[in-house]
Design a protein. Structure first.
Ligand SMILES: C=C(O[C@@H]1C=C(C(=O)O)C=C[C@H]1O)C(=O)O
Length: 193
């Protein structure tokens, strides 16, 4: 039939894709590969919560610092924009990251108040710890910007749960940090729970 000449051959023969058709085909998304850095970086960020808790312990400085939180959220929104990522989704994840850090800090302060022998004897410099947090924040924004498909896929929740479990074992997280890790990852998946 003459009309058939105008139809690309590859459409007629899907079982024999040309090299061009193969390169056009979307690669299977390495979803778990995109999600586990989010769990790993979240755990790394939570570990800084221990240092922040120690920096604030015995100083009278409150755990909640709304001015610093605003700076963090504004900075990550701007970084997301520069990467062409969704600033709203990025901010949602970081609100959870901040809540999770405060869960760790409150938990440790409770622990240290109940058993002063466990309290830290050296006080880290909060400004230095925040520089480290800023580095982790930037890495986390990049990991979020690299993972929109993995985060909107139906597989996001199970794969993220597997990644979090792996991180928990690798880092030997205690109950407090395990709860905080789950809190930190609450908004990572775009799909309903
Ligand atoms: C980590 C800190 O404690 C809290 C948690 C924050 C965060 O996770 O970025 C920011 C401010 C504080 O409310 C801090 O003071 O730096």
């Amino acid at each position: 039939a003459p009309a058939a000449r105008h139809v690309p051959a590859a459409r007629h023969v899907p079982s024999a894709p040309s090299a061009a058709a193969t390169s056009r085909a979307p690669l299977p998304a390495p979803h778990h590969g995109r999600l586990w850095p989010l769990a790993a970086l979240s755990a790394e960020r939570l570990a800084t919560g221990d240092l922040v808790a120690a920096a604030k312990w015995g100083t009278g400085s409150p755990i909640d610092d709304p001015v610093r939180e605003r700076q963090v959220l504004d900075a990550v929104a701007e970084q997301a924009r520069q990467l062409g990522a969704d600033p709203g989704a990025t901010v949602r994840v970081f609100r959870d990251q901040i809540e999770a850090s405060k869960i760790v800090q409150r938990g440790l302060h409770r622990r240290w108040a109940a058993d002063p022998a466990q309290a830290p004897t050296v006080r880290p410099d909060l400004n230095e710890v925040r520089k480290e947090i800023n580095r982790i924040n930037t890495a986390l924004v990049r990991a979020l910007a690299a993972s929109p498909q993995a985060r909107s896929a139906p597989s996001c929740r199970p794969l993220l749960a597997v990644a979090a479990a792996r991180v928990r074992h690798e880092r030997h997280l205690d109950a407090l940090h395990t709860v905080a890790l789950a809190r930190s990852l609450r908004s990572v998946c775009a799909t309903p729970a």
